[in-house]
Each structure stands twice: as structure tokens, then as C-alpha cells.
Design a binder for this molecule. Structure first.
Ligand code: GAL
Length: 461
């Protein structure tokens, strides 16, 4: 009997363990199913989503075939100025005298916008990433390093960004190319394509040299969120000196989305340096500041106070040692996503997508989200750098990836790349922490020479 008892035990234990493993496996599958297959409140099958004609059009893979131009004769002056001729496509892109510059920065003739199309249905309401984008008055839009606010009250979108319509210069030999601060530009729209200039809603300080926003300083990446408790529109931005050593965030408020915003102060959040940054407002109205810190080597994230005017003391260090910047955060089916860039100044580099179940982390890196173009396009974020991600109305799992194609030779002529971003399908590679299961959906940014929203120019606000 005693012997028998001893004999039985391992089998029972084995059964128990396999039942337990089975249960965990089932729960995992159910969670995966729920994550991938339930869309907001409506349950739709992934088939429907992936094969819907709207999404199919956005997900069409478009190739690009840009090659290095043949070496050209250079004048002694050009050789003296730049002894080395460009040997890579990125160097060619950065060379203001490149023979293929028009491919990256097409001129005014190919500009697009409401004043250009004249009712031509082929181009009307189409985005042309990299071409000059005109506002309702026919002027190039000035909203670089921007962000988007959807305002429930006025049922409008507001696009805020750096108004850089000034002369590009270097404040010293080794300093980054810069434009004096002019302020934050604001544009409004009901369809995300037709943009009306609402003016400079936070302006530079012209005379007081001690002011954070004195024109010789730096104001970058402004983002605005609305606080429904206080009724204030709150702007967070990167403020710096010309050498990027102040490395702080600035805060401004307004009663209306179109300003004027009152500048409140700058600070070192959580006592740290802060350069590229963004703010993200969650469904429960808690807002977060996300910023590149510790000399751009670590990303910091922390909640804002209830009035959105300061940070709470708790902060988490994420992507430690990964040297990421230009963070853009978005959320889909209770998962948080972030797109970041590498740190190469105005020069383009590879984007990465990250995901997390809790916004405070842990965050995991999914890989490069860029699809289409060619290898060099994908490894340079299509020669651009992300700045914000906007949910695409009517397309569950659909977003617009907003990016800047910086033109360091003439910053005011930097271009916008808006491209469809789709969350769906299994991730490229299973992650270690999920026992080999692909925990996250794939995040894909699709290259298009031209594309349009499913709403096709109808008011969606
Ligand atoms: C980039 C950053 C931009 C700007 C630029 C200056 O890395 O994302 O916002 O600061 O450097 O060189």
C-alpha cells in the first residue's frame, strides 16, 4: 500500500502540472485572441479588418528605386567647402547641391493643398509625402516637429508645430543648423487635409534675453492637450539654449485651442535633462510626459499632475541605454505603442516601434515599423523622423504617422511625411518574455508616394 501510494504521486503531480500548463496556455490564447480580434466595442474578425478594401489600399506595398547619381565634376570652391563627395544616399540627401535633391525636396510646382487642386478629383484630398503642403491661403504649412489635438468643443483638429519660416544658420562652427524661434504655428481642419492657418499661437520673445523663448534660444516639438477639469489647453514643449545645454521642458496655457498661449515656465522634469519629448493623454484623462534624458541615452516617462501643469514625482526609466528620441505614443486595444528615432540630429535614421501593457513599462522593442520604399528608405524612416501618431477615424487599428523630412540646409523648407500606420498581424519576432509567443501585434508604417484617407476629404471631425 505504502509502495502504491508512492507510485501514484508522480502521475497525479504530472496531471496537475499538465492541467495547469494547459490552463495557462488557454488563457494566453484567449488573451491573444481578444487583443487581436476585438476592436474597441465592436467584435470583428481579423479577416474583415485585414481584407477591408480601405485597409488594403493603405497597406499596399509601394517600392522606390532611388539610386546614387553618377559622380559629377565639382568646382574647386565646392571641393574646398566639402572635400569629400557624398558616398551614401544619406550623404547625398544631406548635400544641398545633390543632383537628385528634387527627388527628396520637390519644388513648389508639385506642391499640394486646397488652393492647388482646383477640384481635380485625382489629387484632391491626397497626401503627397515629401511634397510642399499648402494651407487654405496657398502658403506652405509651418508646423514642424508637430502634434495634433482633436478638440471636442469646436469639433476640429488642431495641428501645432515649430513655425520655422526664418533664415537657417549655425550659431557656431560645430553647432546644429538652426532658425531663430518665431513661435508655435497652429492650423485647424475638419478633414485632416485642408488646413487653415490660425497664426503663431505662442510667439518668441524679441527683446528680453533672459526669457526662455528669446529668439536666440530653441523651442521644439510643441504638443497640446486639453484639461477638461480646468478648461485649459496646455502646451508642453522642448525649450533649450542654442547649444542644447539647458535641456528643459516648457509649459504654456490658453483658454482656446487657437491661443494666444501664456508661457508659464520651464523646468528639468524629475530633476533631469529633457530634450525630445511628447505628451500623451490616456482614456482616463491621466496625461504623461515622455522625454529623452540622461544625454539622450534613456527615455523617461511620468504622469502629469491633474492640472497638467507639472509632473508627478514618480518617473520610470525605459529603453535604458538605447539612445532613442522623437517619441510618439499611441494606444490600441489597451496596449500602448511608441515610435522612436535614433539620435543623429537633423539626419534621418531608423525608426523603432515599442509596445507595453502598462504605459509606465516595461516597454519592449518590436523592430523597425517601416514597410515599402526600399532598404535605404526603410532604414531612414523614409528620410524622415517621427513626431506624432493620430488615430484614423473609422479605421480600427489605423493611425496616421506624422513625420518630418528635415532640410538642415534650409529648415523652413523641411517637409511633412504623413503615412498610414496599421496595428495588426503577428509581430516580426516572438519576444523572450512571452515564452516564444508573439505577444504584440505588428506595427507597420506603409510608404506611399500618394494616398488618401478612407473618408476621402469628408469632414471627419
Ligand atoms: C534632432 C531632434 C530635433 C532637433 C535636432 C537638432 O535629433 O529630434 O528635434 O532637436 O535634433 O539637431
Amino acid at each position: 500500500m505504502v509502495k502504491n501510494k508512492h507510485n501514484k504521486n508522480p502521475t497525479t503531480l504530472l496531471r496537475l502540472v499538465s492541467t495547469l500548463v494547459g490552463c495557462v496556455f488557454m488563457i494566453h490564447l484567449i488573451m491573444l485572441y481578444r487583443r487581436n480580434y476585438s476592436v474597441d466595442n465592436l467584435e470583428v474578425s481579423s479577416q474583415l479588418l485585414i481584407h477591408h478594401p480601405i485597409v488594403r489600399e493603405l497597406e499596399r506595398v509601394e517600392e522606390e528605386n532611388i539610386h546614387m547619381p553618377p559622380p559629377r565634376k565639382r568646382s574647386p570652391r565646392a571641393i574646398k567647402r566639402k572635400p569629400k563627395r557624398p558616398t551614401t544616399l544619406v550623404e547625398e540627401f544631406l548635400d544641398e547641391n545633390s543632383q537628385i535633391r528634387h527627388l527628396f525636396f520637390p519644388d513648389m510646382k508639385s506642391s499640394f493643398g486646397p488652393t492647388k487642386d482646383g477640384g481635380n478629383n485625382n489629387t484632391l484630398h491626397r497626401f503627397f509625402p515629401g511634397k510642399i503642403w499648402l494651407d487654405t491661403e496657398g502658403n506652405p504649412i509651418q508646423a514642424h516637429g508637430g502634434g495634433m489635438l482633436y478638440d471636442e468643443k469646436s469639433k476640429s483638429y488642431y495641428w501645432y508645430g515649430e513655425y520655422k519660416d526664418g533664415v537657417t544658420y549655425h550659431s557656431h562652427k560645430k553647432g546644429a543648423a538652426r532658425v531663430d524661434i518665431i513661435g508655435v504655428g497652429c492650423y485647424s481642419s475638419k478633414d485632416l487635409w485642408t488646413w487653415k492657418n490660425e497664426g503663431v499661437v505662442l510667439a518668441a520673445e524679441e527683446t528680453d534675453e533672459t526669457h526662455d523663448l528669446h529668439k536666440l534660444n530653441v523651442l521644439e516639438r510643441p504638443k497640446v492637450i486639453y484639461n477638461s477639469d480646468t478648461g485649459k489647453y496646455v502646451m508642453w514643449m522642448h525649450v533649450d539654449d542654442a547649444n542644447y545645454t539647458k535641456a528643459s521642458v516648457g509649459v504654456a496655457i490658453s483658454d482656446t485651442p487657437t491661443g494666444p498661449f501664456d508661457y508659464l515656465y520651464s523646468k528639468s522634469p524629475h530633476g533631469f535633462d529633457s530634450r525630445d519629448m511628447t505628451v500623451f493623454k490616456d482614456d482616463d484623462n491621466t496625461a504623461y510626459l515622455v522625454y529623452s534624458s540622461e544625454d539622450n541615452s534613456v527615455v523617461h516617462i511620468g504622469a502629469l499632475t491633474e492640472d497638467y501643469l507639472d509632473v508627478e514625482p514618480v518617473m520610470k526609466r525605459i529603453m535604458v541605454g538605447q539612445h532613442r528620441e522623437a517619441p510618439a505614443v499611441f494606444k490600441h486595444q489597451n496596449t500602448y505603442y511608441m515610435i522612436t528615432s535614433g539620435c543623429t540630429g537633423w539626419a534621418p535614421n531608423e525608426a523603432l516601434a515599442h509596445a507595453a501593457e502598462s504605459i509606465m513599462g516595461p516597454w519592449e522593442t518590436l523592430g523597425n515599423p517601416c514597410v515599402g520604399g526600399n532598404k535605404i528608405f526603410r532604414s531612414t524612416t523614409f528620410f524622415a523622423q517621427g513626431t506624432y501618431v493620430v488615430p484614423l477615424p473609422g479605421v480600427p487599428g489605423g493611425f496616421i504617422f506624422m513625420a518630418d523630412r528635415w532640410n538642415p540646409a534650409d529648415l523652413r523648407d523641411s517637409r511633412y511625411l504623413w503615412l498610414p500606420l496599421i496595428v495588426g498581424g503577428p509581430a516580426d519576432r516572438p519576444l523572450e518574455s512571452s515564452f516564444g509567443f508573439p505577444m504584440w501585434s505588428r506595427v507597420s508604417v506603409y510608404w506611399h508616394r500618394q494616398w488618401r484617407l478612407p473618408s476621402g476629404g469628408k469632414e471627419i471631425a
